[in-house]
Each structure stands twice: as structure tokens, then as C-alpha cells.
Design a protein around this ligand. Structure first.
Ligand code: NAP
Length: 301
């Protein structure tokens, strides 16, 4: 049956959009290709979402999911392959089925970027990981490296430092994008050190990770950091490939949509980390979900 609004992606943006569509009196089907929750489920501690001094990303998003379900959100686990305009609505085609709606909200977020260095692919799962929360415990009392300088890298390093022997933060610049408060907390830890202004050349190891090899930008010298585990947190790639022929994306693949969340195609809206915008936080994802949800609801009237 044709829905009023289909929301693709069940992270904080998509789930918030569902709440607003439903409260505006319209039907909402949320389609998610993986588990609901989005990237924040990998954050063990969230301390910058109003209303909670400290909550795990999983607990936070679980509450929002239950809230949307209680309002009547329909939920489908399916990987969306395409969205097409048909008549006065849209057909969303997934691996399992096709779905119809008057309006569509793209809230697919982004996935972790790879470093793209020698050894990374081969040693993935053998010491190379993209999720500290998922794999960190394997490195209890061991030495780990976190690559990156954003909030994810700093949060990963903080999490790992609670039980690893040592954590080295390896970053390509001296400056960090992540929150200064978190950076200061890490600098005070005895088992955390920094290797900055370097390029990672290789992740080396015969059958599992043994070390990271880098070049120092200032001296040009090669260096090595021995490690059992290497966590890559060097940013994200938007999950928008499936709509690249329908709506306008920027050169990095983010959906071009303004603060009204409207794309260049009437009836399609974008919310959360997949939208081109300067600040990507849980709060701004929720804000996008609100705007896109209300706009999509209005569009169907
Ligand atoms: P990010 O903020 O884009 O940071 C990516 C980091 O990786 C940057 O330091 C960047 O270096 C580095 N990098 C990028 N490409 C690289 C490459 N090829 N080789 C080496 N280093 C590379 O990504 P993020 O940390 O995943 O965070 C994404 C968004 O989510 C951000 O807006 C962040 O604030 C937000 N976030 C929020 C929370 C929270 O609210 N609790 C938690 C996690 C993330 P440069 O700095 O030199 O560019």
C-alpha cells in the first residue's frame, strides 16, 4: 500500500523524521539496510545530547526507535537500491521488495572512510578495525593505535584507554577537529600518546597487525609504532550512491539540500549526516529530521 512518507535510514535523523511525520497525522515507513540506530550505536558515551548528562548511543537511539514505533512507525529491514519518480509519487526499490510513497526522506547517514594504505585491507579483522566499541575488548591490556583527529577518533581513543595497555593517536596534522575538552582529557592520561603531523604509509604484520609505519612531515623520516590493534577513524563517506542519478549530490557525495532539507527534486528531502552541511552532530541530525519530517508531511497534503 502506498505510504505518505518513506524514510530511508533509521538513525537519529530518520527516526526523528518519522516522529514528526506521524505526529502530523501521516503514515511513515522507515526502511533500514542494516540495524536501526545508525553510527551513534557505536558511541559508548554520549555527553552532548541535551537531556542526558551521559548515555550510551545505543540506549539513546533505542529510546527514539521505541518512541517512533509507539506512534505507529512501520519498520522494514531492506537494502534500498534505487528511488524513482513515478506519477505523483516515488517507487523505492529494495533487495527484498518495492515500496511506494508520496514523499521520500533520505536519511542514510555515512559510513567509515578507509585509510587506503598497504596492509589495511589484508589485515582487516586481523587487528585493523573501524569500530572501537565493537572490537576494542579484544585488545584488553594490549597496545592500540587510533588513526584520525575528529570526534570519533578522540572518543575511540578515550574508550580504548580505559582498558588497553597503551593507545597512540596517530593524526596527519598537529591540529585536531575533535572537541578540545576531549583532547585535554586524553592528554592527561598516562597511557595515551600522540604521533601527529605524519602520513601513514603502511600497516604491517605477517598474519596479524604488528606495527604501523609512517612518514614524519617535518623531518621526512620514517617511523614505526608497534601495535596489536589499529582503529581507523578518518571520517565518513555519505551513503547516497543509490540516488546519485535522481538528486543533486556534491563532489563528495553529500546531498545538496539547504536548511529546509529540500533537494532539487520536489517531494524528496534529505536529513542528517548525508546532507551537505557544516555541522554533523546528533543534535543537528535530530533538527534535520524535524525539518524534513514536517516538510514531507506538508508535501503529501
Ligand atoms: P571528521 O570529523 O571528518 O574527522 C575525520 C578525521 O580524519 C580528521 O581529523 C581528518 O584529518 C582525518 N582524515 C580524513 N581523511 C584522512 C586520510 N585519508 N588520512 C588520514 N586522516 C584523514 O570525522 P568523524 O570523527 O568520523 O566525525 C564525523 C562527524 O560526526 C563530525 O561532525 C563529528 O563531530 C561528529 N561526531 C559527533 C559525535 C558526538 O556528537 N558525540 C561523536 C562522533 C562524531 P583533518 O582534520 O586533517 O582533515
Amino acid at each position: 500500500m502506498k505510504k505518505d512518507v518513506i524514510i530511508i535510514g533509521a538513525g537519529i535523523a530518520g527516526l526523528t523524521a518519522a516522529i514528526y511525520v506521524l505526529r502530523a497525522g501521516h503514515s511513515a515507513l522507515c526502511i533500514e539496510g542494516a540495524n536501526y540506530g545508525g553510527q551513534i550505536v557505536n558511541s559508548p558515551e554520549v555527553e552532548n545530547y541535551p537531556g542526558y548528562q551521559n548515555i550510551s548511543g545505543f540506549d539513546l537511539v533505542n529510546t527514539v526507535f521505541e518512541q517512533a514505533k509507539a506512534l505507529g512507525m512501520e519498520y522494514q529491514n531492506d537494502k534500498v537500491l534505487s528511488v524513482k519518480k513515478e506519477g505523483d509519487g516515488f517507487v523505492v526499490s529494495g533487495e527484498a521488495a518495492s515500496y511506494e510513497a508520496a514523499s521520500v526522506i533520505i536519511a542514510t547517514g555515512a559510513k567509515r572512510r578507509k585509510l587506503g594504505v598497504s596492509g589495511e585491507e589484508r589485515l582487516s579483522g586481523l587487528g585493523v578495525s573501524y569500530c572501537a566499541t565493537c572490537d576494542g575488548m579484544f585488545y584488553r591490556k594490549k597496545d592500540t593505535i587510533v588513526c584520525g583527529g575528529g570526534n570519533t577518533a578522540l572518543e575511540d581513543a578515550m574508550f580504548l584507554s580505559n582498558f588497553c595497555n597503551h593507545v597512540t593517536i596517530c593524526h596527519r596534522r598537529d591540529g585536531f577537529r575533535g572537541e578540545p575538552k576531549l583532547l585535554e582529557q586524553l592528554k592527561e592520561k598516562d597511557n595515551v600518546s600522540f604521533v601527529t603531523d605524519v602520513t601513514v604509509d603502511e600497516i604491517a604484520g605477517a598474519e596479524k597487525v604488528e606495527k604501523l609505519i609512517y612518514t614524519d612531515h617535518k623531518t621526512g623520516a620514517k617511523g614505526e609504532i608497534p601495535a596489536n590493534g589499529i582503529f581507523i577513524a578518518v571520517g565518513q563517506i555519505p551513503d547516497t550512491e543509490f540516488v546519485k542519478d535522481l538528486i543533486s549530490l556534491d563532489e563528495a557525495g553529500y546531498v545538496i539540500a539547504g536548511e529546509d532539507c529540500a533537494t532539487n527534486v520536489p517531494g524528496i528531502f534529505a536529513a542528517g549526516d548525508c546532507r551537505k552541511k557544516p555541522v554533523r552532530q546528533l543534535t543537528t541530525a535530530a533538527a534535520d529530521g524535524t525539518v524534513a519530517g514536517l516538510a514531507a508531511a506538508q508535501y503529501t497534503e
